[in-house]
Design a protein around this ligand. Structure first.
Ligand code: AMP
Ligand code: MG
Length: 485
Protein backbone atom coordinates (compact mmCIF):
# COMPACT_ATOMS: atom_id res chain seq x y z
CA UNK A 1 0.00 0.00 0.00
CA UNK A 2 1.37 3.40 -0.99
CA UNK A 3 0.17 4.78 2.31
CA UNK A 4 2.47 2.64 4.40
CA UNK A 5 5.50 3.68 2.31
CA UNK A 6 4.75 7.38 2.59
CA UNK A 7 3.70 7.19 6.21
CA UNK A 8 0.72 8.47 8.10
CA UNK A 9 -0.82 11.90 8.09
CA UNK A 10 -1.04 13.56 11.50
CA UNK A 11 -4.80 13.40 11.31
CA UNK A 12 -4.60 9.63 11.06
CA UNK A 13 -2.50 9.15 14.22
CA UNK A 14 -4.24 7.36 17.06
CA UNK A 15 -2.75 7.58 20.52
CA UNK A 16 -3.39 5.35 23.50
CA UNK A 17 -2.77 6.14 27.18
CA UNK A 18 -1.71 2.98 29.01
CA UNK A 19 -0.29 4.87 32.00
CA UNK A 20 -3.75 6.20 32.81
CA UNK A 21 -4.82 2.67 33.67
CA UNK A 22 -2.74 2.97 36.83
CA UNK A 23 -4.44 4.21 40.02
CA UNK A 24 -5.40 7.90 40.03
CA UNK A 25 -2.57 8.84 42.47
CA UNK A 26 0.00 8.06 39.77
CA UNK A 27 -0.88 10.94 37.45
CA UNK A 28 -2.75 14.14 37.01
CA UNK A 29 -4.79 15.04 33.94
CA UNK A 30 -3.63 18.37 32.67
CA UNK A 31 -3.62 20.28 29.39
CA UNK A 32 -0.48 21.79 27.84
CA UNK A 33 -0.20 25.59 27.80
CA UNK A 34 0.98 26.46 24.28
CA UNK A 35 3.79 28.94 23.63
CA UNK A 36 3.23 32.24 21.79
CA UNK A 37 4.22 32.35 18.14
CA UNK A 38 5.69 28.87 17.86
CA UNK A 39 7.84 27.82 14.93
CA UNK A 40 9.65 24.64 13.97
CA UNK A 41 13.39 24.62 14.60
CA UNK A 42 14.14 21.05 13.64
CA UNK A 43 12.34 17.77 13.08
CA UNK A 44 13.85 14.31 13.29
CA UNK A 45 13.06 12.75 9.93
CA UNK A 46 14.61 9.32 10.59
CA UNK A 47 12.56 8.99 13.78
CA UNK A 48 9.39 10.12 11.99
CA UNK A 49 10.04 7.38 9.50
CA UNK A 50 10.45 4.86 12.29
CA UNK A 51 7.11 6.00 13.69
CA UNK A 52 5.59 5.76 10.23
CA UNK A 53 4.73 9.46 10.13
CA UNK A 54 4.74 11.06 6.69
CA UNK A 55 7.88 13.23 6.44
CA UNK A 56 6.04 16.07 4.71
CA UNK A 57 3.74 16.35 7.73
CA UNK A 58 6.70 17.53 9.81
CA UNK A 59 6.78 20.81 7.93
CA UNK A 60 3.13 21.73 8.36
CA UNK A 61 1.46 24.16 10.72
CA UNK A 62 -0.44 21.25 12.17
CA UNK A 63 2.83 19.65 13.26
CA UNK A 64 3.96 22.84 15.03
CA UNK A 65 0.58 22.91 16.77
CA UNK A 66 1.08 19.27 17.74
CA UNK A 67 4.47 19.99 19.35
CA UNK A 68 3.07 23.15 20.91
CA UNK A 69 0.24 21.20 22.53
CA UNK A 70 -2.45 23.24 20.82
CA UNK A 71 -3.54 20.33 18.64
CA UNK A 72 -3.71 16.72 19.79
CA UNK A 73 -3.96 13.57 17.72
CA UNK A 74 -6.98 11.42 18.25
CA UNK A 75 -7.01 9.55 21.55
CA UNK A 76 -4.71 11.93 23.39
CA UNK A 77 -5.53 12.48 27.08
CA UNK A 78 -2.75 14.70 28.41
CA UNK A 79 -1.40 14.07 31.90
CA UNK A 80 1.62 14.55 34.14
CA UNK A 81 3.28 11.78 36.16
CA UNK A 82 4.25 12.13 39.80
CA UNK A 83 7.46 10.84 41.27
CA UNK A 84 9.86 11.54 44.11
CA UNK A 85 13.59 11.07 44.27
CA UNK A 86 16.90 11.34 46.05
CA UNK A 87 18.47 14.57 44.87
CA UNK A 88 22.20 14.72 45.69
CA UNK A 89 21.58 12.01 48.28
CA UNK A 90 18.62 13.70 49.99
CA UNK A 91 15.10 12.43 49.72
CA UNK A 92 12.59 14.84 48.13
CA UNK A 93 9.08 13.42 48.57
CA UNK A 94 7.29 15.38 45.88
CA UNK A 95 8.66 15.79 42.39
CA UNK A 96 7.02 14.82 39.12
CA UNK A 97 6.58 16.07 35.61
CA UNK A 98 6.81 19.74 36.49
CA UNK A 99 7.17 20.81 32.90
CA UNK A 100 6.67 17.69 30.81
CA UNK A 101 3.18 16.78 29.71
CA UNK A 102 2.42 13.32 28.37
CA UNK A 103 0.17 13.35 25.37
CA UNK A 104 -0.18 9.67 24.59
CA UNK A 105 1.49 6.58 23.21
CA UNK A 106 2.29 5.71 19.61
CA UNK A 107 3.77 2.35 18.59
CA UNK A 108 5.06 1.78 22.13
CA UNK A 109 6.62 5.26 22.37
CA UNK A 110 5.24 7.55 25.07
CA UNK A 111 5.17 11.13 23.83
CA UNK A 112 5.94 14.07 26.08
CA UNK A 113 5.98 17.80 25.49
CA UNK A 114 8.81 19.18 27.60
CA UNK A 115 8.31 22.83 28.43
CA UNK A 116 4.55 22.84 27.84
CA UNK A 117 3.54 24.65 31.01
CA UNK A 118 2.75 24.09 34.65
CA UNK A 119 1.32 20.90 36.10
CA UNK A 120 0.24 19.84 39.56
CA UNK A 121 3.89 18.88 40.14
CA UNK A 122 5.56 22.14 39.07
CA UNK A 123 6.15 23.32 42.65
CA UNK A 124 7.51 26.87 42.23
CA UNK A 125 8.62 26.29 38.63
CA UNK A 126 7.05 27.90 35.59
CA UNK A 127 6.64 24.70 33.59
CA UNK A 128 8.81 26.06 30.80
CA UNK A 129 12.06 25.06 29.17
CA UNK A 130 14.31 27.66 27.57
CA UNK A 131 15.72 27.42 24.08
CA UNK A 132 19.29 26.56 25.10
CA UNK A 133 18.35 23.61 27.31
CA UNK A 134 15.84 22.35 24.76
CA UNK A 135 18.50 22.37 22.03
CA UNK A 136 20.78 20.44 24.35
CA UNK A 137 18.18 17.76 25.04
CA UNK A 138 17.05 17.54 21.44
CA UNK A 139 20.52 17.04 20.01
CA UNK A 140 21.94 14.97 22.79
CA UNK A 141 19.32 12.28 22.84
CA UNK A 142 19.91 11.82 19.13
CA UNK A 143 23.66 11.73 19.73
CA UNK A 144 23.31 8.97 22.32
CA UNK A 145 21.10 7.05 19.96
CA UNK A 146 23.70 7.49 17.21
CA UNK A 147 26.28 6.04 19.60
CA UNK A 148 24.06 3.01 20.22
CA UNK A 149 23.46 3.91 23.85
CA UNK A 150 19.95 3.35 25.23
CA UNK A 151 18.19 6.69 25.46
CA UNK A 152 14.94 8.55 25.16
CA UNK A 153 14.47 10.19 21.75
CA UNK A 154 13.15 13.47 20.41
CA UNK A 155 10.95 14.00 17.37
CA UNK A 156 11.10 17.77 17.13
CA UNK A 157 11.98 21.06 18.73
CA UNK A 158 10.02 24.28 18.38
CA UNK A 159 11.01 27.81 19.36
CA UNK A 160 8.71 30.69 20.19
CA UNK A 161 8.39 34.34 21.10
CA UNK A 162 7.33 33.32 24.60
CA UNK A 163 9.41 35.10 27.24
CA UNK A 164 10.68 32.91 30.04
CA UNK A 165 12.66 34.31 32.95
CA UNK A 166 15.76 32.59 34.22
CA UNK A 167 18.61 34.89 35.24
CA UNK A 168 17.51 37.04 32.38
CA UNK A 169 14.66 36.95 29.87
CA UNK A 170 14.98 34.06 27.45
CA UNK A 171 12.75 32.40 24.90
CA UNK A 172 10.67 29.33 25.64
CA UNK A 173 10.89 26.18 23.54
CA UNK A 174 9.32 22.73 23.55
CA UNK A 175 10.87 19.39 22.72
CA UNK A 176 8.56 16.59 21.71
CA UNK A 177 10.38 13.71 23.34
CA UNK A 178 9.60 10.01 23.30
CA UNK A 179 10.47 7.05 25.40
CA UNK A 180 9.49 3.41 25.68
CA UNK A 181 9.21 4.24 29.41
CA UNK A 182 9.13 7.36 31.54
CA UNK A 183 9.08 5.42 34.79
CA UNK A 184 11.91 6.42 37.09
CA UNK A 185 13.45 4.89 40.21
CA UNK A 186 11.85 7.87 41.96
CA UNK A 187 8.39 6.85 40.75
CA UNK A 188 8.63 3.77 43.02
CA UNK A 189 10.10 5.82 45.85
CA UNK A 190 7.09 8.14 45.75
CA UNK A 191 4.62 5.38 46.56
CA UNK A 192 6.90 3.49 48.93
CA UNK A 193 7.49 6.54 51.11
CA UNK A 194 3.77 7.31 51.18
CA UNK A 195 3.15 3.67 52.12
CA UNK A 196 0.83 3.33 49.14
CA UNK A 197 1.68 -0.31 48.55
CA UNK A 198 -1.22 -1.07 46.24
CA UNK A 199 -0.03 1.64 43.85
CA UNK A 200 3.55 0.46 44.29
CA UNK A 201 2.57 -3.04 43.26
CA UNK A 202 0.52 -1.77 40.34
CA UNK A 203 3.53 0.22 39.21
CA UNK A 204 5.80 -2.83 39.37
CA UNK A 205 3.30 -4.74 37.25
CA UNK A 206 3.11 -1.81 34.86
CA UNK A 207 6.92 -1.50 34.54
CA UNK A 208 7.23 -5.23 33.86
CA UNK A 209 4.62 -5.03 31.17
CA UNK A 210 6.14 -1.92 29.66
CA UNK A 211 9.86 -2.69 29.76
CA UNK A 212 10.32 -6.36 30.74
CA UNK A 213 7.39 -8.10 29.02
CA UNK A 214 9.32 -11.38 28.67
CA UNK A 215 8.97 -11.75 32.46
CA UNK A 216 5.19 -11.45 32.46
CA UNK A 217 4.37 -15.13 32.61
CA UNK A 218 7.33 -16.12 34.75
CA UNK A 219 7.33 -17.27 38.30
CA UNK A 220 9.16 -14.86 40.60
CA UNK A 221 8.79 -12.09 38.05
CA UNK A 222 9.20 -9.32 40.66
CA UNK A 223 12.66 -10.37 41.72
CA UNK A 224 13.64 -11.13 38.15
CA UNK A 225 12.48 -7.63 37.30
CA UNK A 226 14.73 -6.07 39.95
CA UNK A 227 17.65 -8.26 38.85
CA UNK A 228 17.22 -7.11 35.27
CA UNK A 229 17.06 -3.47 36.30
CA UNK A 230 20.37 -4.01 38.11
CA UNK A 231 21.88 -5.54 35.00
CA UNK A 232 20.57 -2.88 32.63
CA UNK A 233 21.75 -0.07 34.87
CA UNK A 234 25.21 -1.62 35.12
CA UNK A 235 25.39 -1.89 31.35
CA UNK A 236 24.26 1.67 30.84
CA UNK A 237 26.89 2.93 33.26
CA UNK A 238 29.54 0.93 31.38
CA UNK A 239 28.43 2.48 28.10
CA UNK A 240 28.53 5.98 29.56
CA UNK A 241 32.04 5.43 30.95
CA UNK A 242 33.34 3.90 27.74
CA UNK A 243 32.10 6.73 25.53
CA UNK A 244 33.06 9.43 28.06
CA UNK A 245 29.54 10.65 28.79
CA UNK A 246 28.80 12.40 32.04
CA UNK A 247 25.15 12.82 33.00
CA UNK A 248 25.66 15.47 35.63
CA UNK A 249 22.47 14.94 37.71
CA UNK A 250 22.18 11.27 38.58
CA UNK A 251 19.40 11.80 41.08
CA UNK A 252 17.07 8.82 41.42
CA UNK A 253 14.31 10.77 39.67
CA UNK A 254 16.59 10.88 36.62
CA UNK A 255 17.21 7.12 36.60
CA UNK A 256 15.15 5.13 34.14
CA UNK A 257 13.63 1.82 35.21
CA UNK A 258 14.18 0.69 31.62
CA UNK A 259 17.92 1.45 31.74
CA UNK A 260 17.74 4.42 29.38
CA UNK A 261 19.62 7.68 29.49
CA UNK A 262 16.96 10.23 30.50
CA UNK A 263 16.65 13.91 31.40
CA UNK A 264 19.49 15.68 29.68
CA UNK A 265 20.54 18.63 31.81
CA UNK A 266 24.09 19.82 32.52
CA UNK A 267 25.65 16.74 30.92
CA UNK A 268 29.01 16.66 29.15
CA UNK A 269 31.16 14.54 26.98
CA UNK A 270 34.68 14.49 28.30
CA UNK A 271 37.08 16.85 26.62
CA UNK A 272 40.49 15.83 28.02
CA UNK A 273 40.17 12.59 29.93
CA UNK A 274 39.73 13.35 33.62
CA UNK A 275 38.08 10.90 35.93
CA UNK A 276 37.52 13.67 38.48
CA UNK A 277 35.64 15.85 36.01
CA UNK A 278 32.52 17.58 37.37
CA UNK A 279 30.23 19.08 34.75
CA UNK A 280 27.38 20.26 36.96
CA UNK A 281 27.99 23.67 38.46
CA UNK A 282 25.77 22.89 41.48
CA UNK A 283 27.60 19.64 42.26
CA UNK A 284 30.03 21.26 44.71
CA UNK A 285 31.48 18.00 46.05
CA UNK A 286 31.61 16.03 42.82
CA UNK A 287 29.00 13.48 43.83
CA UNK A 288 28.25 13.05 40.12
CA UNK A 289 31.81 13.36 38.85
CA UNK A 290 32.69 11.26 35.83
CA UNK A 291 34.52 8.62 37.84
CA UNK A 292 31.74 8.31 40.41
CA UNK A 293 29.01 7.42 37.95
CA UNK A 294 29.25 3.62 38.21
CA UNK A 295 29.10 3.68 42.02
CA UNK A 296 26.26 6.22 41.96
CA UNK A 297 24.40 3.82 39.68
CA UNK A 298 24.68 1.25 42.46
CA UNK A 299 23.69 3.77 45.15
CA UNK A 300 20.58 4.59 43.15
CA UNK A 301 19.73 0.91 42.73
CA UNK A 302 19.96 0.57 46.49
CA UNK A 303 17.44 3.40 46.88
CA UNK A 304 15.22 1.56 44.41
CA UNK A 305 15.64 -1.63 46.41
CA UNK A 306 14.54 0.12 49.59
CA UNK A 307 11.49 1.46 47.74
CA UNK A 308 10.60 -2.00 46.44
CA UNK A 309 11.10 -3.71 49.82
CA UNK A 310 7.36 -3.73 50.65
CA UNK A 311 6.64 -5.85 47.59
CA UNK A 312 9.86 -7.82 46.93
CA UNK A 313 11.88 -9.64 49.64
CA UNK A 314 14.95 -7.57 50.48
CA UNK A 315 17.29 -10.54 51.04
CA UNK A 316 16.72 -11.67 47.48
CA UNK A 317 17.14 -8.15 46.09
CA UNK A 318 20.40 -7.82 48.07
CA UNK A 319 21.72 -10.86 46.23
CA UNK A 320 20.77 -9.36 42.87
CA UNK A 321 22.32 -6.04 43.79
CA UNK A 322 25.53 -7.75 44.90
CA UNK A 323 26.06 -8.73 41.27
CA UNK A 324 26.09 -5.10 40.11
CA UNK A 325 29.90 -4.84 40.30
CA UNK A 326 30.52 -7.92 38.22
CA UNK A 327 27.87 -6.93 35.66
CA UNK A 328 29.45 -3.52 35.40
CA UNK A 329 32.99 -4.87 35.04
CA UNK A 330 31.95 -7.35 32.40
CA UNK A 331 30.08 -4.72 30.41
CA UNK A 332 32.89 -2.20 30.73
CA UNK A 333 35.49 -4.74 29.60
CA UNK A 334 33.30 -5.54 26.63
CA UNK A 335 32.90 -1.88 25.65
CA UNK A 336 36.57 -1.04 26.14
CA UNK A 337 37.65 -4.20 24.35
CA UNK A 338 35.77 -2.96 21.30
CA UNK A 339 37.39 0.46 21.60
CA UNK A 340 40.82 -1.14 21.77
CA UNK A 341 40.14 -3.50 18.90
CA UNK A 342 40.54 -6.66 20.98
CA UNK A 343 38.75 -9.66 19.57
CA UNK A 344 38.34 -11.45 22.87
CA UNK A 345 38.46 -9.56 26.14
CA UNK A 346 39.40 -11.20 29.41
CA UNK A 347 39.67 -9.89 32.96
CA UNK A 348 43.40 -9.74 32.39
CA UNK A 349 42.75 -6.93 29.89
CA UNK A 350 41.39 -4.85 32.75
CA UNK A 351 45.02 -4.04 33.60
CA UNK A 352 45.73 -2.79 30.09
CA UNK A 353 42.65 -0.55 30.29
CA UNK A 354 43.47 0.75 33.77
CA UNK A 355 47.02 1.42 32.63
CA UNK A 356 45.75 3.40 29.64
CA UNK A 357 43.32 5.46 31.75
CA UNK A 358 46.12 6.29 34.18
CA UNK A 359 48.29 7.40 31.27
CA UNK A 360 45.47 9.47 29.78
CA UNK A 361 44.87 11.18 33.08
CA UNK A 362 48.46 12.42 33.16
CA UNK A 363 48.73 13.14 29.42
CA UNK A 364 45.77 15.53 29.31
CA UNK A 365 44.60 14.05 26.10
CA UNK A 366 41.24 14.43 24.37
CA UNK A 367 39.36 11.22 25.13
CA UNK A 368 37.41 10.91 21.86
CA UNK A 369 40.28 12.00 19.63
CA UNK A 370 42.68 9.61 21.31
CA UNK A 371 40.55 6.55 20.57
CA UNK A 372 39.74 7.69 17.05
CA UNK A 373 43.46 8.13 16.39
CA UNK A 374 44.20 4.76 17.98
CA UNK A 375 41.70 3.25 15.55
CA UNK A 376 44.27 3.81 12.79
CA UNK A 377 47.33 2.80 14.78
CA UNK A 378 49.65 0.57 12.75
CA UNK A 379 52.82 0.72 14.78
CA UNK A 380 53.70 4.27 13.82
CA UNK A 381 53.29 6.15 17.09
CA UNK A 382 53.69 9.73 15.93
CA UNK A 383 50.03 10.65 15.55
CA UNK A 384 49.25 9.36 19.04
CA UNK A 385 52.27 10.90 20.69
CA UNK A 386 51.41 14.30 19.31
CA UNK A 387 48.08 14.28 21.16
CA UNK A 388 49.34 14.31 24.75
CA UNK A 389 51.81 16.18 26.87
CA UNK A 390 54.28 13.39 27.64
CA UNK A 391 55.75 10.65 25.49
CA UNK A 392 57.27 8.19 27.94
CA UNK A 393 54.09 6.92 29.63
CA UNK A 394 52.37 6.51 26.28
CA UNK A 395 55.33 4.61 24.80
CA UNK A 396 55.17 2.24 27.78
CA UNK A 397 51.48 1.65 27.30
CA UNK A 398 51.85 1.18 23.55
CA UNK A 399 54.53 -1.45 24.18
CA UNK A 400 51.95 -3.41 26.19
CA UNK A 401 49.27 -2.75 23.58
CA UNK A 402 51.51 -3.97 20.74
CA UNK A 403 52.13 -7.19 22.66
CA UNK A 404 48.42 -7.61 23.36
CA UNK A 405 47.46 -7.05 19.70
CA UNK A 406 49.57 -10.04 18.72
CA UNK A 407 46.85 -12.26 20.23
CA UNK A 408 44.33 -10.94 17.69
CA UNK A 409 43.68 -13.16 14.71
CA UNK A 410 42.48 -10.50 12.26
CA UNK A 411 44.93 -8.29 10.43
CA UNK A 412 45.56 -4.61 11.09
CA UNK A 413 43.17 -3.39 8.39
CA UNK A 414 40.34 -5.45 9.87
CA UNK A 415 41.11 -4.15 13.34
CA UNK A 416 41.06 -0.59 12.03
CA UNK A 417 37.70 -1.14 10.41
CA UNK A 418 36.19 -2.54 13.61
CA UNK A 419 37.69 0.19 15.79
CA UNK A 420 36.41 2.97 13.53
CA UNK A 421 32.92 1.60 14.22
CA UNK A 422 33.56 1.54 17.98
CA UNK A 423 35.28 4.91 18.38
CA UNK A 424 33.18 7.86 17.21
CA UNK A 425 34.83 10.61 15.24
CA UNK A 426 32.38 13.08 16.76
CA UNK A 427 30.67 13.50 20.09
CA UNK A 428 28.59 16.56 20.91
CA UNK A 429 30.91 18.39 23.23
CA UNK A 430 29.57 21.35 25.12
CA UNK A 431 31.58 23.91 23.18
CA UNK A 432 29.90 22.71 19.98
CA UNK A 433 26.45 22.92 21.53
CA UNK A 434 27.28 26.37 22.90
CA UNK A 435 28.10 27.57 19.40
CA UNK A 436 24.81 26.22 18.03
CA UNK A 437 22.91 27.74 20.95
CA UNK A 438 24.51 31.18 20.56
CA UNK A 439 23.54 31.18 16.88
CA UNK A 440 20.01 29.97 17.66
CA UNK A 441 19.56 32.74 20.16
CA UNK A 442 20.23 35.11 17.25
CA UNK A 443 17.64 33.30 15.13
CA UNK A 444 20.15 31.21 13.13
CA UNK A 445 19.37 27.49 13.28
CA UNK A 446 21.73 26.05 10.66
CA UNK A 447 24.22 24.68 13.18
CA UNK A 448 21.49 22.61 14.80
CA UNK A 449 21.01 20.89 11.50
CA UNK A 450 24.76 20.27 11.20
CA UNK A 451 25.10 18.93 14.73
CA UNK A 452 22.06 16.75 14.21
CA UNK A 453 23.73 15.24 11.15
CA UNK A 454 26.89 14.26 13.03
CA UNK A 455 24.95 13.22 16.13
CA UNK A 456 22.95 10.87 14.03
CA UNK A 457 25.98 9.26 12.40
CA UNK A 458 29.02 9.91 14.62
CA UNK A 459 31.23 7.15 13.24
CA UNK A 460 31.24 8.53 9.69
CA UNK A 461 33.95 10.92 8.46
CA UNK A 462 31.75 13.92 7.50
CA UNK A 463 34.70 15.88 6.00
CA UNK A 464 32.62 19.06 5.94
CA UNK A 465 32.50 19.01 9.77
CA UNK A 466 36.17 18.25 10.31
CA UNK A 467 36.62 21.29 12.55
CA UNK A 468 34.61 19.49 15.25
CA UNK A 469 36.68 16.32 15.11
CA UNK A 470 39.73 17.68 16.91
CA UNK A 471 40.51 18.25 20.56
CA UNK A 472 38.32 20.80 22.30
CA UNK A 473 39.88 24.27 22.05
CA UNK A 474 41.77 25.02 25.28
CA UNK A 475 39.50 27.82 26.50
CA UNK A 476 36.40 25.62 26.31
CA UNK A 477 37.75 22.53 28.02
CA UNK A 478 35.94 20.89 30.94
CA UNK A 479 33.55 23.75 31.66
CA UNK A 480 30.75 23.43 34.20
CA UNK A 481 27.09 23.92 33.36
CA UNK A 482 24.22 25.07 35.45
CA UNK A 483 21.04 23.12 36.04
CA UNK A 484 18.85 26.21 35.65
CA UNK A 485 17.23 25.45 32.36
P1 AMP B 1 15.54 18.02 36.67
O1 AMP B 1 16.71 18.46 37.49
O2 AMP B 1 15.41 18.73 35.35
O3 AMP B 1 15.51 16.54 36.52
O4 AMP B 1 14.21 18.47 37.45
C1 AMP B 1 13.95 18.12 38.80
C2 AMP B 1 12.50 18.39 39.09
O5 AMP B 1 12.20 19.78 38.93
C3 AMP B 1 11.51 17.64 38.20
O6 AMP B 1 10.43 17.24 38.98
C4 AMP B 1 11.14 18.69 37.18
O7 AMP B 1 9.87 18.46 36.61
C5 AMP B 1 11.14 19.97 38.00
N1 AMP B 1 11.39 21.17 37.22
C6 AMP B 1 12.54 21.56 36.63
N2 AMP B 1 12.40 22.72 35.98
C7 AMP B 1 11.11 23.09 36.13
C8 AMP B 1 10.32 24.20 35.69
N3 AMP B 1 10.84 25.18 34.95
N4 AMP B 1 9.02 24.24 36.04
C9 AMP B 1 8.48 23.26 36.78
N5 AMP B 1 9.15 22.20 37.24
C10 AMP B 1 10.44 22.10 36.92
MG1 MG C 1 14.56 15.13 35.84
Amino acid sequence: MADSIIGMKLDALKLTNPYLELPAECHDRTEPSPLNKPFLIHANEPLAEQLDIDKDELYTERFVAFVNGSWHPEGSEPFAMCYAGHQFGHYVPQLGDGRAINIGTLKGWHLQLKGAGVTKYSRSGDGRAVLRSSIREYLMSEAMHGLNIPTTRALAIIGSEHSVYRKTWEKGAIVLRLSPSWVRFGTFEYFAHKKRYEELKALVEYAIKESYPHLLEMEGRYIRFFAEVVQKTARLMAQWQAVGFQHGVMNTDNMSIAGLTIDYGPYAFLDDYDRENICNHTDAYGRYSFGNQPSIGEWNLRALMVALAPVIPVEVMEKALARYGSYYTRAYLYEMGKKLGLEIVTEEDGKLIEHLLGVMQSLQVDYTLFFRTLSRYDGDRRALLSLGLYHKPLHEWLDDYDARLKKNEADTAQRHEAMLQANPKYVLKNYMLDEAIAAAEEGEYGLIKDLFAIAHDPFAEHPQYERWAGATPEKYKNKKLSCSS
